[in-house]
Design a protein around this ligand. Sequence first.
Ligand code: SAM
Length: 191
Amino acid sequence: MIKLFKKIYYYFFIKKIIKKNVTYNRNKNDDRYILEEIIFPFILTNYNPQKILDIGREDYEIFYNEFFKNRELWTIDIDPKRREFGAKNHITDNVVNLEKYFKNNTFDFILFNGVYGWGLNKEKDVQDAFNAIFNILKKGGILVFGWNDEVVPFSKINGLLKLEPFYLKPLRGTSFTCNNGAHHYNFFIKN
Ligand SMILES: C[S@@+](CC[C@H](N)C(=O)[O-])C[C@H]1O[C@@H](n2cnc3c(N)ncnc32)[C@H](O)[C@@H]1O
């Protein structure tokens, strides 16, 4: 009953934020629709994350701060010009350096969307980034990993191999391919 109430609450909570900030029409399988209107409400309803990290921030994501209002949201981006798009807690640095800022087992939810293959391309950097993400994710924490091209084979990424694929019920799988631009989401949990 409480779960149903939360589900309805976050459905309308998200819709209200979208209505205020998204001015274009989008298809139900577009990557932003999937992320904002399926993945976020599911995570908020079922995991109630208190500490959240969003890696890589563009201008079209400033309003993501609203989704995580009254929670401890951190953002990081390598480009100093992206600071203005970040959360109140923003770091300008390379994702590979995350452990300089955070202790092991800090975050309940990490969003790592559109950075692997979009700047983070070298194998060593990819390894370092995923090892750091694994370490700073809490036990039971969720990673949503969004990507377009497999620039380093997943089967070689140690930090990723330490995580378990996570079944995201509303998308009926541990991954999802969106219909625009072959964007993919993979879901993981740290057990
Ligand atoms: C294509 S944008 C995508 C951002 C966003 N997370 C999204 O969901 O669309 C890529 C962003 O990642 C940042 N970026 C690229 N390489 C990075 C790195 N090694 N560490 C931190 N940020 C990086 C870029 O500056 C840019 O803001």
